[in-house]
Structure formats: structure tokens, C-alpha cells
Design a protein around this ligand. Structure first.
Ligand code: RTP
Ligand code: MG
Length: 146
């Protein structure tokens, strides 16, 4: 029989300005913890225009890019590294669909997001983006093995 275990991964997550303003940081962190994800790095930051544009560089030709950058710089965010079995996909499942109107019941976006722009959370979508995004916000010594 093959090895059926799921690899331990790290993924990058943001609690976006709308969710920080709604005072649900703890409720969102609790979703991670109750579903097998450990928070191994965490901080609150205010994104500059340049930091937000660089983070979303893959979307810079999209029509929603200016609104996305404006929203992400509109207030503080919490950035975190989540670790666990299949963390990248697990976090995407916990988040729900990008548009909260399409997000499954019980997901973070169904419960806390207001619109496709103010959609409560970000999560990396692949191992390559997770590695890039973690390094974009955290030095290696800020990530705590546990
Ligand atoms: P995220 O990157 O924030 O985790 O969200 P996602 O993968 O579900 O969505 P993505 O396609 O990467 O888009 C990034 C963010 O841009 C905003 N967006 N607006 N108005 C629109 O059509 C539109 N499409 C995307 C969303 O806030 C999305 O989270
Ligand atoms: Mg994305």
C-alpha cells in the first residue's frame, strides 16, 4: 500500500480590513485552530500602496485591481502563517468561494464577508504562491516551529 498520509504544509493567510473592522479576528483564528491548522506566525500590519500592489501583482491587469489595492490599504490587516496537514487546500475550504454569495454555508466568507471585495480573508492557492507570500511578509526567524 502507498503512503496515504497528507503532507504537513504551510500556507499564508490574511484577515482583511473588513473582518478586522468587524472585530472577528479571534473568530476567524478559531476556525483555523478548530480545523487542525496551527498559527505559527502572526502580526497586524497596515499595508502601503506599494506592499499591496506587489502582493497582488498577478492581478495588476485585471479591472478590479485598483479597487482591490484601495480596499486592502483601507485599514489594518492580520497576516499569518498556518501549518498543518494539507494546509493550503484546507484553508481554501474553510474560506469558501471568493464571492460570499457563492460561498458554502459555514465557511468564513459565508459567515463574515460582505462582498466580493470585502471578503474577509485571503489564502494562498498553491504551494508556489504560499512560499512566495510567506516570504513577502515574514522573515524565517518570525516563523515559530511548534
Ligand atoms: P484571495 O486571493 O484574496 O485569497 O481570493 P481568491 O483567491 O478567492 O480570489 P482571486 O481571484 O485571487 O482575487 C483576489 C481578490 O480580488 C478580489 N476580486 N474582485 N470584482 C471582482 O470580480 C473580483 N474578483 C476578485 C477579491 O477580493 C479576491 O479575494
Ligand atoms: Mg487568490
Amino acid at each position: 500500500l502507498g503512503d496515504l498520509s497528507v503532507a504537513i504544509e504551510r500556507t499564508f493567510s490574511i484577515v482583511k480590513p473588513d473582518a478586522v473592522a468587524k472585530n472577528v479576528i479571534g473568530e476567524i483564528y478559531s476556525r483555523f485552530e478548530k480545523n487542525g491548522l496551527k498559527i505559527v506566525a502572526s502580526k497586524m500590519v497596515r499595508l502601503s500602496q506599494e506592499k499591496a500592489e506587489g502582493f497582488y501583482a498577478e492581478h495588476k491587469e485585471r479591472p478590479f485591481f485598483p479597487a482591490l489595492v484601495e480596499f486592502m490599504t483601507s485599514g489594518p490587516v492580520c497576516v499569518q502563517v498556518l501549518e498543518g496537514e494539507g494546509a493550503i487546500l484546507k484553508n481554501r475550504e474553510l474560506m469558501g468561494a471568493t464571492n460570499p454569495k457563492e460561498a458554502a454555508a459555514g465557511t468564513i466568507r459565508a459567515d463574515f464577508a460582505s462582498s466580493i471585495d470585502a471578503n474577509a480573508v485571503h489564502g494562498s492557492d498553491a504551494p508556489e504562491s504560499a512560499a512566495r507570500e510567506i516570504a513577502y511578509f515574514f522573515a524565517e526567524e518570525e516563523i515559530c516551529a511548534r
